[in-house]
Design a protein around this ligand. Structure first.
Ligand SMILES: Nc1ncnc2c1ncn2[C@@H]1O[C@H](COP(=O)(O)OP(=O)(O)OP(=O)(O)O)[C@@H](O)[C@H]1O
Length: 620
């Protein structure tokens, strides 16, 4: 069942709190299991860059502790030379040169890492987006009609670009852990107690961070439907497609009020959490700072008592401070990584969604030519989540070479019927046969190639004119001659001739230099798609509703000529068009009411004849 936004009694929209209950620590840890898969994807994106990145980070990990150690040597040497009457500077120069060299190497490595992170991130994001497009295309139409699915899609889409940060987070984490291990060795060698103090200092703030990132993830996730609605409101409030109606109906206030109400609620929920997080974060950080100065007292006393040198004091104090900062960021990053890994789950979840309508493993090839045609056997269809039958008890045969017109009132089930023919949906009951075999037994991709549908709500792609036609058979996109022939057949050629860029003209106003077409002009372009492919069954769903009477007549005369011997289904509300068909199927409430040629149905004097006469008089 599509999940509706929940409304509380006061009418305000509340987050979908049951989408995901609060996550336990265990669940958060479990999210880490996504990391290997994530890194596998990164590795597959570019092996050399991943390897280079890791190597640079390993080198980088050792640099801070080496620098600090050289710093210790410099100070001890200086103090030694102060007491040495000869003032031998040679070792000091060497140590300083080493420190300088290390600083330069560190800087270069940093830049290398940033560069590789950026490049890998971009490549990863591109690759995931491509995968997302392909996966979304493999899913069923009914999945797109489910609001929960949309939420998943939305979350996944966000992940394709934002998850690249996760990669550098994890790698930096590993790098910092190695550095800390180096520091720890140094500290343990001189003053093991410091490590204990350090851990005590860090734990509270780690727990705090973990708690708040968990809360933040739950909040973001539970608000997905509302954020989607916010995006939608932003879109309808400011887009080329809606601008006309927003102006004419004066909808700006309505849309912005609705946006504001929802955005304020989200802001409020976020704000509370952000304030709490800031408060507790600062408090817990004070504990860490206190521990640092506590440790300082220990080392200072040891130095004064002569147990360690001044150089060791700077080394230990420096190590402790850097370790503390690093541990703090490791802990914080740990919860960020856990959070990111949870979001990653959304991406993987989306990739896990499988279509119901799949190609049979050893699917039959579509017969060429089709010999007997399509047979509906007691077909019934219900959309998911709907109680009503959009089609019921439908039995008829569509012969090869036949031109069948589907007529019926709005919502009678005409479009649904043709969607079933292309297996965009499966019948809920009964079956559809092609040359005696169930449609499900055929290869799905071949079926789709052989059943071409131009929908009434066809897509106006903001692409070039030639591309808008080529989408009918995208493999033919480079075949300009074929594109032009198809345009000629649908009368789109006359439209394109008038465009400044001709076939290369960008259509729609979204991109630079684009030209908008009239409804009828768009329809002629869309109609040309039907002539691009080599489908054996051609379906036109109200393809001429926006054409003027003369153009419509011409389109149909051509269509009839061009479809000689081919099977075609035509949906139209204009009976002057419909009568050209060999047979007419009259649907009412999803059921077959009348079926026969124009003459037969007129003779029957039923619903069809009644409506035909009404239209002839000019009433409908
Ligand atoms: N995606 C969908 N989900 C749920 N119900 C749907 C969906 N699409 C259509 N319906 C319902 O199925 C019924 C048949 O719709 P269909 O689009 O097939 O009618 P139609 O005869 O093509 O209508 P029209 O002449 O208005 O184009 C309608 O009652 C409609 O509300």
């Amino acid at each position: 069942m599509p999940k509706k936004d929940q409304k509380n009694p006061s009418g305000s929209i509340s987050p979908d709190s049951d989408t995901k209950p609060k996550l336990s620590f265990k669940e958060r840890l479990e999210a880490f299991k996504n990391l290997p898969r994530f890194f596998k994807m990164i590795w597959e994106t570019s092996r050399s860059m991943t390897l280079g990145n890791v190597l640079l980070r390993i080198i980088k990990a050792a640099i801070p502790v080496v620098m600090l150690w050289v710093g210790k040597l410099i100070i001890d040497e200086i103090i030694f030379q102060i007491d040495n009457p000869a003032h031998d500077f040679s070792m000091i120069w060497i140590y300083l040169a080493m420190e300088f060299g290390l600083a330069i190497i560190s800087d270069l490595i940093n830049r290398g890492i940033t560069l590789l992170d950026g490049q890998l991130g971009d490549l990863f994001s591109n690759k995931t987006s491509v995968k997302l497009i392909h996966h979304a295309a493999s899913l069923d139409l009914h999945q797109f009609e489910d609001s929960e699915f949309y939420d998943k899609l939305e979350r996944a889409r966000r992940q394709t670009t934002s998850r690249t940060v996760l990669m550098s987070q994890v790698l930096t984490q590993v790098q910092d852990i190695i550095t800390i291990a180096f520091f720890a060795v140094g500290i343990i060698a001189f003053k093991p107690i410091l490590i204990v103090i350090l851990i005590i200092a860090i734990i509270p703030s780690f727990l705090g961070e973990t708690h708040f990132s968990e809360a933040s993830y739950s909040l973001t996730r539970s608000w997905t439907p509302q954020r989607r609605e916010l995006d939608y409101l932003r879109f309808i409030g400011a887009s080329d497609q809606t601008a006309k109606e927003v102006k004419i109906f004066g909808l700006a206030g309505f849309i912005s009020d609705r946006f504001k109400r929802l955005a304020d609620q989200y802001y409020e929920a976020n704000r509370k959490l952000a304030i709490k997080r800031a408060f507790w974060g600062s408090l817990l950080a004070i504990i860490g700072t206190g521990a640092y100065y506590g440790a300082y007292v220990f080392i200072a006393m040891d130095t004064v008592e002569g147990k360690i040198s001044v150089g060791q004091l700077t080394f230990l104090a420096g190590s402790f401070l850097q370790m503390r900062n690093m541990l703090q960021s490791i802990m914080n990053r740990f919860s960020q990584i856990a959070e990111s890994a949870l979001y990653l789950q959304d991406l993987f979840d989306f990739f896990e969604i499988k279509p119901d309508i799949r190609q049979a493993d050893s699917g039959l090839p579509i017969p060429n030519p089709i010999k007997r045609g399509f047979t509906f056997e007691n077909v019934g269809f219900q959309y998911r989540g709907s109680e009503n039958w959009s089609l019921r008890h439908l039995s008829f045969h569509l012969d090869v070479g036949e031109k069948l017109a589907l007529v019926g009132e709005n919502g009678a089930g005409k479009t649904t019927l043709v969607k079933l023919l292309a297996r965009l949906y499966e019948p809920t009951e009964g079956r559809i046969l092609l040359d005696g075999h169930d449609l499900r037994d055929y290869k799905l991709d071949e079926l789709r190639k052989n059943v071409s549908i131009i929908f009434q709500d066809y897509m106006k792609f903001q692409l070039e004119a030639r591309e808008n036609i080529a989408v009918g058979d995208i493999e033919g996109i480079e075949n300009q001659e074929h594109i032009e022939t198809s345009a000629g057949k649908s009368l789109a050629d006359t439209v394109i001739e008038k465009l400044p860029g001709k076939y290369q003209q960008m259509l729609g106003k979204r991109f630079l230099g684009g030209v908008e077409l009239s409804g009828g002009e768009w329809q002629k372009i869309a109609l040309a798609r039907a002539y691009m492919g080599n489908a054996q069954l051609m379906i036109l769903d109200e393809p001429t509703s926006a054409l003027d009477a003369r153009a419509e007549n011409e389109v149909f005369i051509r269509f009839a000529e061009l479809m000689q011997g081919k099977t075609a289904v035509l949906i139209s509300h204009r009976f002057s068009t419909v009568r050209m068909a060999d047979r007419i199927l009259f649907l009412e409430n999803g059921q077959l009411l009348e079926l026969g040629s124009h003459e037969e149905l007129m003779e029957l004097d039923g619903k069809y004849a009644g409506l035909f006469k009404l239209q002839a008089k000019g009433y409908v």
